[in-house]
Ligand binder design. Structure first.
Ligand SMILES: Nc1ncnc2c1ncn2[C@@H]1O[C@H](COP(=O)(O)OP(=O)(O)OP(=O)(O)O)[C@@H](O)[C@H]1O
Ligand SMILES: N[C@@H](CC(=O)O)C(=O)O
Length: 439
């Protein structure tokens, strides 16, 4: 059995859903098809929720009206028969009814999660209606019945496996299943999600739960490219990556994959394929345990980084200082990406500044603390890239004149990272494309 995950753009138009139906009905292997919300829907739901949180019901209502109009136009192009249109109208009625009820109740974090879940519920139900209209046998599996996260928002893979297997066992004669990405239930039993872009993570967790033959991630580009195609003009697809390389790229900003989506596949040795719905015959990228080649494969950029600098003469010849610093971040559940130290100073970077005031207050006990916001981590990733003896020279000569705030080299053989001001990101990515890949 395999997993096929289709992202927002792959289900973003009725014609694209028709194309997805063709793709999932080729071959005899059983499939669990994981869908994202129609592209733009989750952004709209976030905006609706934000207006409600601010108490602006009028603005929220207008946004709900706009979203409804988009779905009203979507349905007649998706399905043709009266029965299917009636079924689709009932689905819209149910979910937009919910969205009108929320205008009358007070906002809470739990309600926010319920609002965000509507996108994947709508896309899967509408897609299922189309499959039914086409006479394609399938079962719609409610992800809320088997996707689980714990109190620390970590997926509970064993529980997911047990619950998903129980669901599949109820449909022994079915070989095609449709389910929602992104959404899950939390430790309190409430509707929750795996964070933005989390449908990839859902797919990989499901692949691990059923030990799938492959986890296919279908999107709008033919595989992982060597650089961010949104920023750099000339980029090329990468045929093969190891799990370690893909994980580093996803974590350090390659948007095509959710950062956490590699570990479940890697743990259960399930190959991951990145494929293009718009060009299904393109080879895309295959991600497996081993790296096919050494050297730089791709460059990624991670935005929204803050550097925290601690200067202290007490650090001089002292031991245990770094442990105390790290404990502050651990206590505040904030992970560190890059670190550099000298004998009297340490700088670390974080991508989540929600606990920054608490962290700064606690660090002040150790020395002088300062921060630099608006930073970007640029990572050059590839198997053993750090042991390529000409790599550092190529990186630095292509970046001559650009101020580099931090360098991480040697922590991982597969990654060289630089911290630069966010407004230098585009220039750095472009210059490295030439310097590292000759493109
Ligand atoms: N290195 C890279 N290689 C390929 N695509 C990249 C890379 N870096 C950024 N991207 C962007 O990632 C996009 C695909 O990811 P995206 O998350 O938008 O897909 P999606 O199929 O809409 O999925 P979802 O709805 O689940 O988020 C591409 O359109 C591309 O612009
Ligand atoms: N719909 C969610 C999840 C996903 O598409 O992967 C989002 O836009 O973030």
């Amino acid at each position: 059995m395999k997993i096929m995950k289709f992202g927002g753009t792959s289900v973003g138009k009725p014609q694209r859903m028709h194309e997805v139906a063709r793709l999932i009905t080729t071959g005899n292997e059983g499939k669990i098809v994981v869908l994202s919300a129609v592209s733009g829907t989750t952004n709209s739901l976030v905006a609706i929720s934000q207006q409600l949180a601010k108490g602006d019901r009028h603005a929220a209502k207008a946004l709900i009206g706009d979203l409804r109009a988009q779905y009203d136009a979507f349905v007649p192009e998706l399905v043709q028969t009266a029965a299917a249109r009636e079924a689709a109208a009932a689905i819209l009625h149910e979910h937009f009814d919910f969205l009108s009820i929320i205008l009358r109740i007070s906002w809470s974090e739990a309600l926010n999660k319920d609002i965000l879940a509507q996108g994947e519920l709508l896309s899967t139900k509408l897609f299922s209606t189309y499959l039914t209209e086409q006479g394609i046998a399938h079962a719609l599996l409610p992800a809320l019945d088997f996707m689980r996260i714990d109190a620390y928002e970590e997926p509970q893979l064993d529980t997911i496996r047990e619950l998903l297997q129980a669901q599949l066992a109820q449909h022994r004669d079915t070989t095609l299943f449709i389910t929602q990405g992104f959404i899950c239930r939390n430790a309190r039993g409430e509707v929750d999600n795996l964070k933005r872009g989390g449908s990839d993570y859902s797919a990989s967790l499901m692949a691990a739960a059923i030990t799938a033959s492959v986890c296919e991630i279908w999107t709008d580009i033919s595989g992982m490219h060597n650089n961010d195609p949104r920023v750099v003009e000339r980029t090329v697809p990468i045929g093969q990556l190891s799990f370690d390389e893909a994980a580093e790229l996803a974590y350090f900003g390659a948007k095509i994959l959710h950062p956490a989506s590699i570990w479940p596949a890697q743990q259960y040795r399930i190959p991951v394929r990145l494929l293009n719905t718009m060009e299904p015959s393109a080879p895309g990228t295959l991600i497996t345990q081993v790296a096919a080649a050494r050297g730089a494969k791709a460059i990624a950029a991670k935005d929204g980084i803050t550097a925290v600098n601690i200067k202290s003469s007490r650090m001089l010849l002292a031991y245990g200082f770094l442990r105390k610093v790290f404990e502050v971040f651990e206590k505040n559940r904030t992970s560190i990406d890059m670190i550099t130290t000298s004998e009297v100073a340490v700088s670390v970077t974080i991508d989540n500044d929600s606990a920054l005031p608490e962290i700064l207050e606690e660090l002040a006990a150790f020395g002088t603390v300062s921060t630099d916001g608006g930073q970007t981590i640029i990572s050059i990733v590839g198997h053993a890239v750090a042991s390529d003896t000409s790599m550092l020279q190529r990186i630095f000569s292509s970046l001559e004149g650009v101020e580099i705030r931090m360098v991480s080299y040697g922590g991982s053989l597969h990654n060289i990272s630089l911290l630069v001001d966010a407004d230098k990101k585009k220039e750095v990515l472009q210059r490295l494309n030439k310097g590292v890949f000759n493109l």
